[in-house]
Design a protein around this ligand. Structure first.
Ligand SMILES: Cc1cc2nc3c(=O)[nH]c(=O)nc-3n(C[C@H](O)[C@H](O)[C@H](O)COP(=O)(O)O)c2cc1C
Length: 375
């Protein structure tokens, strides 16, 4: 297939961006996106517009024009929502946002692994804080057919632990949840000094008790989703770790799951061990985590009998991979690393490809495909 105009444009832009460090490139791309959304919104429409009725779904009482969303971490401070709407996303998840602003870890903290189509990052939850994000969320969430979720995390500080950590999460929830179409609880960030405090079932139980109590005091019961880490292998049927987390989450009636966050291990890589050692710790994303993320989606779908919507994320970089994730049980999908390597034209490519793949298989609606290969 001939490359489309956005693809040709991004392949030129990519050479320039990849000459910069990953974080600088991200900042340049973000500034360009913000410029484009205010100066040339019609041009974005012309470049990226693509809609098809078979991609529509109603999930958590919200209308999604298509299942392709922006994953958390790309627009941490909610500054690019109009750009991703114009670029054709069906929804956006901003954040992670924490109660207090945070600079994150020392730079450099993001690395490309081109041979693996992967990234490693240890950004460490850098963000401007819940109060600064609130007005932006207020402006852009709650629109028809373009849900905006907010991903919240504990403020990155090893001094905030135990009850204080729960209160910190609750503070963000109180500030942001009333304006969000859904709230994702990031309990699986691998990049904090204190580690993954909330993937321990007891901590998760306490966190969900507190968050659901906060929600019960609010006018609107916005959906609350839990974002999980990837398993170490795609076949982890006997893994009681996920069983326990699932049990706790279901006991608190969470509305859905996001699978998955980045991985702390270095499985499935062709990048040299010397390079990996030079990079150091951080969360791995992109193609090396695809199969495991797919496996976790299948597991969650089977265990919940398809009753809890799942957002599938991790290593999706083509329509075929998105289709595979939907068949595994994801009602919606998100992308991050794929965007870095392929640019925003990927959003349209996935949508067009999904429609083509569904037509080939005789499916009239994406909702009919969800979970058909979860077994
Ligand atoms: C640089 C970077 C920063 C990220 N920041 C966050 C974050 O703040 N909160 C979060 O929940 N996930 C974050 N993620 C994880 C992504 O949302 C996603 O779960 C993960 O990258 C797997 O998807 P992918 O393979 O499409 O990148 C980040 C990922 C990257 C690469």
């Amino acid at each position: 297939m001939r490359p489309t105009y956005p693809e040709r444009m991004y392949s030129r832009l990519r050479s320039a961006l990849f000459a910069l460090g990953p974080e600088t490139a991200h900042n340049v791309a973000s500034l360009s996106a913000r410029f484009a959304q205010s100066a040339a919104p019609f041009l974005l429409d012309a470049m990226y517009e693509y809609a098809h009725p078979s991609l529509h779904q109603e999930i958590f009482g919200k209308t999604f024009a298509n299942p392709v969303g922006l994953a958390a971490g790309f627009d941490k401070n909610a500054r690019m929502i109009p750009f991703f709407r114009k670029a054709g996303c069906g929804f956006v998840e901003v954040g992670s946002v924490s109660a207090k602003r945070s600079k994150g870890n020392k730079k450099p903290r993001a690395f490309r692994l081109p041979e693996d189509e992967a990234l490693i990052n240890r950004m460490g939850l850098n963000n401007v804080g819940a109060k600064a994000v609130q007005p932006r969320l207020r402006e852009h969430a709650g629109q028809i057919a373009f849900p905006v979720g907010v991903n919240i995390a504990k403020t990155h500080s090893p001094d905030i632990m135990g009850d204080a950590a729960i209160e910190d999460f609750c503070e963000s929830f109180r500030i942001l949840a009333p304006y969000a179409d859904y709230v994702a609880l990031n309990i699986s960030c691998p990049n904090t000094e204190e580690g993954k405090t909330f993937e321990d079932p007891n901590s998760l139980d306490q966190l969900l008790t507190a968050i659901m109590h906060e929600r019960s005091q609010m006018e609107r019961r916005m959906p609350v989703l839990v974002k999980l880490s990837p398993p170490h292998t795609p076949n982890f049927v006997l893994d009681s770790f996920f069983d326990e987390i699932l049990l706790v989450s279901l006991a608190h009636k969470v509305n859905g799951f996001i699978a998955t966050n980045t991985a702390s291990d270095r499985e499935n890589l062709v990048t040299s061990p010397a390079r990996l050692e030079q990079i150091g710790r951080g969360g791995l994303s992109g193609q090396p985590i695809r199969e495991r993320a797919n496996g976790l989606v299948k597991y969650l779908y089977r265990k919940t009998k398809g009753n809890k919507p799942i957002i599938g994320v991790g290593g999706i970089a083509s329509a075929e991979q998105a289709y595979e994730r939907v068949k595994a049980g994801a009602s919606l999908i998100q992308i991050y690393t794929g965007l870095v390597y392929q640019g925003p034209g990927l959003i349209r490519d996935i949508k067009e490809g999904l429609v083509r793949l569904m037509e080939e298989d005789g499916h009239s609606s994406i909702s009919k495909v969800v979970g058909i290969e979860a077994e």
